[in-house]
Design a binder for this molecule. Structure first.
Ligand code: IDP
Ligand code: MG
Length: 157
């Protein structure tokens, strides 16, 4: 693995799917130079939702959060690139779209804390990216390839 190969888990949430924002969000990540490594259009069941949001199980909004994330299909993905986890978080913007900067996904596309369009692994939670990838994907579902423009994205590619 080169230093361009950090992987992160990203998901367009049910509100993003219902609002037709899957293409917009994939487009932003693609144009940044990040590489799509896996994708699965799926509906999350109760058990997977509780595991995925396990860190929030004691929070007052946990039941609401699990109900929301299981309420419709999501687009679950793995994206790869230099510093991918932190870069995707920056592109997402802060958790509450009302506080998120314009130019970020949440800041441009959302207005409600509970319906904030996108999930991305937390870069401040060590190993969260690999844990979440494992929860949603088998190892053989991750595709290893080079994007044709890599030498034009990374000086040392
Ligand atoms: P993140 O998605 O930016 O990582 P987290 O703190 O991990 O934010 O929270 C997970 C999700 O739970 C958020 O994306 C948001 O949709 C929801 N959430 C967070 N805090 C609240 C709250 O106070 N009320 C309702 N929903 C919340
Ligand atoms: Mg989080």
């Amino acid at each position: 693995m080169s230093h361009h190969d950090e992987r992160t888990f990203v998901m367009v949430k049910p509100d993003g799917v219902q609002r037709g924002l899957v293409g917009e969000i994939i487009g932003r990540l693609e144009e940044r130079g990040l590489k799509l490594a896996a994708a699965k259009f799926m509906q999350i069941d109760q058990d997977l939702a509780e595991q995925h949001y396990g860190e929030h199980e004691d929070k007052p909004f946990f039941d609401e959060l699990v109900a929301f994330i299981t309420s419709g299909p999501v687009m679950a993905m793995v994206w790869e690139g230099a510093d991918a986890t932190r870069q995707v978080r920056q592109m997402m913007g802060t958790t509450d779209p009302k506080e998120a900067q314009p130019g970020t996904i949440r800041g441009d596309l959302g207005l409600d804390l509970g319906q904030n369009v996108i999930h991305g692994s937390d870069h401040e939670d060590e190993g969260a990216n690999e844990r979440e990838i494992e929860l949603f994907f088998d190892e053989d579902e991750l595709v290893d390839y080079e994007r044709a423009d890599e030498p034009w994205v990374y000086e040392d590619a």
